[in-house]
Design a protein around this ligand. Structure first.
Ligand code: MG
Ligand code: MG
Length: 250
């Protein structure tokens, strides 16, 4: 069941979303060659806790960290570690904050130092896929329109769309109904209504869409070892269109 949110609830979602977005912005500015992903995790946890919120991911189904830190061929759910980011890496940071009972969930992929044009394009197109998906988040559209928008843009650039992991409804819980695949057909699936809140999150691969999970039970990697990029925002659907709750004004 898709849980619609009241204006009051969306206000709280906005506060949680803005916190998650601000934290992600700070983390982004820390990224450079030599920094460990564990240092970035520690900074995230401190900022979230200092704001009186909880790191949503920590303890979620036993996930041990406050961010997901996924480098290069890692798609999502990577563990922060003492790995030092290297020039040429692409580093996806996924961050969740629970504030006054509501969750904000947002992710971005950051180039580390100088990155090859091929990998930079992947990151850029993934962000564009997210923008296009957000444009579909309007009353009267269908869930399938979101996935179709991502898939059309990614495949036009000969990338592939991860099938095994999807976006989701969000609210008091990080993962609510519905699932929001990054592929699909226009006009299909449930109608989008004002008051719905979605976490839209394209995961786009340079090679094939297949993935596998590493022995740690969490880290998702591409099966072919080629890089993957990820971008995510939490969105509220209003009568006027999408409000991006995790977007921070520059
Ligand atoms: Mg996320
Ligand atoms: Mg999410």
């Amino acid at each position: 069941m898709i849980i619609g949110k009241s204006k009051k609830e969306i206000e709280k979602m906005r506060a949680a979303g803005q916190l998650a977005g601000l934290v992600l912005k700070e983390l982004r500015s820390m990224v450079r060659p030599g920094v460990t992903t564990l240092e970035i995790n520690r900074a995230a946890e401190r900022m979230i806790c200092d704001a009186g919120a909880l790191p949503t991911f920590k303890g979620y189904h036993g996930f041990p960290y406050s961010i997901c830190a996924s480098v290069n061929e890692q798609v999502v759910h990577g563990f922060p570690s003492d790995y030092q980011l290297r020039e040429g890496d692409i580093f996806s940071i996924d961050c969740g904050a629970t504030l006054e009972g509501f969750v904000g969930d947002t992710a971005t992929t950051v180039p580390v130092g100088t990155v090859s044009d091929e990998w930079l394009d992947l990151v850029r197109i993934t962000e564009e896929c997210l923008d296009r998906a957000i444009e579909e988040c309007r009353p009267g559209k269908h869930l399938g329109d979101i996935g179709a928008a991502v898939q059309e843009h990614a495949e036009a650039h000969r990338y592939s769309v991860v099938r095994d992991y999807v976006g989701h409804g969000i609210g008091r819980r990080m993962h609510e109904d519905p699932q929001i695949p990054n592929y699909g057909k226009r006009g299909q699936g449930p109608k989008i209504r004002a008051g719905y809140c979605f976490a839209v999150e394209p995961m786009i691969n340079l090679g094939t869409h297949y993935t596998k999970v590493l022995a740690d039970g969490w880290t998702v990697v591409t099966l072919d070892g080629k890089p993957s990029a990820h971008a995510e925002h939490t969105i509220a659907i209003t009568e006027e269109g999408p409000e991006v709750l995790t977007k921070i004004a520059l």
